[in-house]
Design a protein around this ligand. Structure first.
Ligand SMILES: [Ca+2]
Ligand SMILES: [Ca+2]
Length: 349
């Protein structure tokens, strides 16, 4: 299997034959999309797929659930088991909590309302809802010891303090406990998986990153378009844009391409890359959608990539050309080689 057997995303050897995670990520995404009705046979595959699941969620614009802040946007979805649809047992009433006398059922529902004032109360990651004396819900820091233990290494996360946390729950609980301190302010979820040595990214490798990333973004969009049907993976406006790319006969087909070819294609078919670069920015810029990416907003993209692609951190750091800790659309577009005159907020649809 490609994702397991292949070296994940670490550019190796000469630059023209580099085998990047970008394509492999895309393969993973594609295989995820195609395996919906198939049998997912290997647990390891599922584990790898968690990462791709994130990407599907992220790339398909699922970030509409309005989380408030921090990396929690993706981590929850990323580390969640494959979606499980809980179906009521045959014959069971999915609404009733208990089977009993009608009056009794009403009482249960009333109790339920009081007891569950926290139910619709959203707390950011690292916090849990508790009721005060007057039964008013409030968010308090979660005790890390109350977090469920990790089911495997894949649930570990590495913080920017270079410490491995058992799960994202442990990480955010720790961060919450440090709230208001300098240490807490600086602490972010760096990447998925246990902390490990990430080799420095040299200039030549850094140069490769946008080549592969752009191609990957284009391929992801085309795949989403192909798979869209009734899934609403793309909005109607997005579909119109991608349709043009999809139907363009000159499009470089998805596959493993040399960097030379990718560079050549970017020159030749430059216009095809403009929308995908804008689209990805729009997917990430959600909390808030203000034309700037924070570290947290970027996390859905960078955190799964870092362990596989050692230039990720440096690339996005350098993307922030003015070092204000925000990546503006202009900075983002420039990173991906989109010319200034082609940067267009209207493309974020
Ligand atoms: Ca933003
Ligand atoms: Ca900036």
């Amino acid at each position: 299997m490609l994702l397991r057997g292949a070296k994940l995303g670490r550019p190796t050897g000469n630059v023209s034959s580099v085998n990047w995670g970008g394509w492999q990520i895309f393969s993973g995404l594609r295989s995820l999309l195609t395996s919906r009705s198939g049998v997912v046979s290997v647990k390891l595959k599922i584990e790898k797929m968690r990462v791709w699941l994130l990407l599907v969620l992220c790339l398909a614009g699922s970030a509409t659930a309005a989380p408030t802040e921090e990396e929690e946007v993706f981590v929850e979805e990323l580390l969640t088991e494959e979606p499980v649809v809980e179906e009521p047992e045959v014959g069971a009433n999915p609404v009733q909590i208990e089977v009993g006398e009608f009056d009794e059922a009403i009482e249960i529902v009333e109790d339920d309302v009081v007891e569950n004032a926290c139910l619709d109360y959203h707390c950011k990651k690292g916090k849990v809802c508790e009721l005060d004396e007057s039964n008013t819900p409030m968010c308090v820091c979660q005790d890390a010891t109350s977090c469920p233990p990790a089911e495997g290494e894949f649930e570990h996360v590495c913080g920017t303090d270079n410490k491995t946390y058992d799960t994202s729950c442990h990480f955010f609980a720790t961060k919450c406990a440090l709230e208001g301190t300098k240490k807490g302010h600086k602490l972010h979820l760096d990447y998925v998986g246990p902390c490990k040595f990430i080799e420095p990214c040299v200039d030549a490798e850094l140069h490769e990153f946008p080549l592969r990333m752009r191609d990957w973004l284009k391929n992801v969009l085309v795949t989403l378009y192909e798979r869209d049907m009734d899934n609403n993976l793309l909005t109607e406006k997005q579909k119109l844009r991608v349709k043009k790319i999809y139907e363009n006969e000159k499009r470089l087909q998805a596959g493993e391409h040399s960097l030379d070819l990718l560079a050549h294609d970017f020159k030749k078919n430059y216009n095809m890359y403009i929308f995908p670069v804008h689209w990805q920015f729009g997917q990430l810029d959600q909390h808030p959608a203000d034309g700037y990416l924070t570290h947290s907003e970027l996390s859905p993209l960078r955190a799964p990539l870092i362990p596989m692609e050692h230039c990720t951190t440096r690339f996005f750091e350098e993307c922030d050309a003015d070092s204000d800790n925000y990546i503006a659309l202009e900075e983002w577009a420039a990173c991906f080689g989109v010319k200034e005159q082609d940067i267009d907020k209207e493309l974020i649809i």
